[in-house]
Ligand binder design. Structure first.
Ligand code: FMN
Length: 364
């Protein structure tokens, strides 16, 4: 079958998963699909959506509706964005350039990972769709600030600073599959990074506290970033009201409720379960987004009903890319958008701002 063809019978986002598994190497599959430890949170991210029941409305009179929204001064056709995920060349030889074409085809915003296989400048030059840059705060702080400046100069619309991964999770599936990540300084966007900051503890000493955490990212880094960039700062990986408060205090313009797709600390709750508490604490001060387990348009509707302005999608985009390149990415995003529109009609919502707690069965 031709590389860009969508296989027969692939009609829903989750249909991509088994086909992607066949097409990817064992190592890449382990890296993309795996979560932390026993993958409990990874499972909960899906299961929690299934537990939320919807309420349909008969004969909705909602002609003239739509899914458009404005976020951080940018216009989006719909609220489904590509989440930042690393190493797209494992799925497609053109890497993130192929993903970008697919996102553009589906009119979806995209967040490029710090650990992309293509430079942020190359991606920005090719972009025809809203583009944000995901920033990992490196131990080399000078390099990190330069990376933020590079993203601003290249025309990115926001910086998404990931705050939930100060250490690597115990990703056992990935380890069992024999996946070996490239060295940090070998990443396309990290050439010239000083990695001598890593302190290796002697055997028998505490590993994390034997130097590693002395140089890990902290709240003061957010305040420094705030001072060096005019771009909106969105903190990704907030799971509780206290951290949301702290994020706003440090100057964040937006928050993404996320448990990193269940990849860092296992047995954290599902993102959709953490969302209401964060959304309530934040109120209307800054937009709240969420990711983790979105596989259906009804999941998008539920996230919006619980306080998210938009959602991000991680693994399904990688699976679409692995199966059918840019066409697969566009198809995955398009399916979610179609399903969202159907769910909106069925629950009587003509615009995103109409979506609220009334879409749930419990609210009667
Ligand atoms: C293979 C893979 C790589 C990822 N790389 C990054 C990354 O570089 N930066 C980041 O902030 N999040 C990263 N994430 C987390 C995603 O941005 C997102 O939070 C998660 O995938 C959402 O869950 P989902 O896969 O169920 O949609 C990665 C996730 C996966 C699956």
């Amino acid at each position: 079958m031709a590389r860009f063809e969508i296989p027969e019978g692939v009609v829903a986002v989750e249909d991509y998963e088994p086909v992607a598994r066949e097409r990817l190497s064992r190592e890449a599959w382990g890296y993309y699909s795996g979560g932390a430890a026993d993958e409990t949170t990874l499972r909960w991210n899906r299961e929690a959506f299934a537990r939320l029941q919807l309420r349909s409305r008969a004969l909705p009179e909602i002609a003239g509706g739509g899914t458009q929204l404005r976020l951080f001064g940018q216009d989006f056709t719909h609220p489904i964005l590509v989440a930042p995920t690393a190493h797209h060349r494992l799925a497609d030889p053109a890497g993130e350039l192929a993903t970008l074409v697919g996102a553009g085809g589906a009119r979806a915003g995209m967040v490029l990972s710090t650990e992309a296989d293509v430079t942020l400048e190359e991606i920005a030059a090719a972009a025809r769709t809203p583009l944000w840059f995901q920033l990992y705060i490196q131990h080399d702080r000078g390099f990190t600030l330069d990376l933020a400046r590079r993203a601003e100069a290249a025309g990115y619309g926001a910086l998404v600073v990931t705050v939930d991964a100060p250490v690597f999770g115990m990703r056992n599936t990935e380890q069992r599959a024999g996946y070996k990540p490239p060295k940090l300084s070998e990443h396309a966007n990290l050439a010239g990074l000083h990695t001598s900051y890593f302190a290796y503890a002697e055997l028998g000493e505490s590993l994390m506290f034997g130097g590693f955490m002395d140089v890990a990212a902290r709240w003061a880094d957010i305040e420094r970033l705030r001072a060096v960039t005019k771009l909106p700062l969105i903190l990704k990986g907030i799971m509780c009201a206290a951290d949301a408060e702290r994020a706003i205090g440090a100057g964040a313009d937006g928050i993404i409720v996320s448990n990193h797709g269940g990849r860092v600390l296992d047995t954290l709750p599902a993102s959709i379960e953490a969302l209401p508490g964060v959304a309530k604490a934040v109120g209307s001060r800054v937009p709240v987004l969420m990711d983790g387990g979105i596989r259906r348009g009804t999941d998008v509707l539920k996230a919006l009903a619980l306080g998210a302005s938009a959602v991000l999608v991680g693994r399904p985009v990688l699976y679409g890319l692995a199966v059918a390149g840019p066409a697969g990415v566009a198809h995955v995003l398009h399916l979610l958008r179609c399903e969202l529109e159907i769910a909106m009609v069925m629950t009587g919502c003509s615009r995103l701002t109409d979506i609220g707690p009334q879409v749930f069965w419990e609210d009667q």
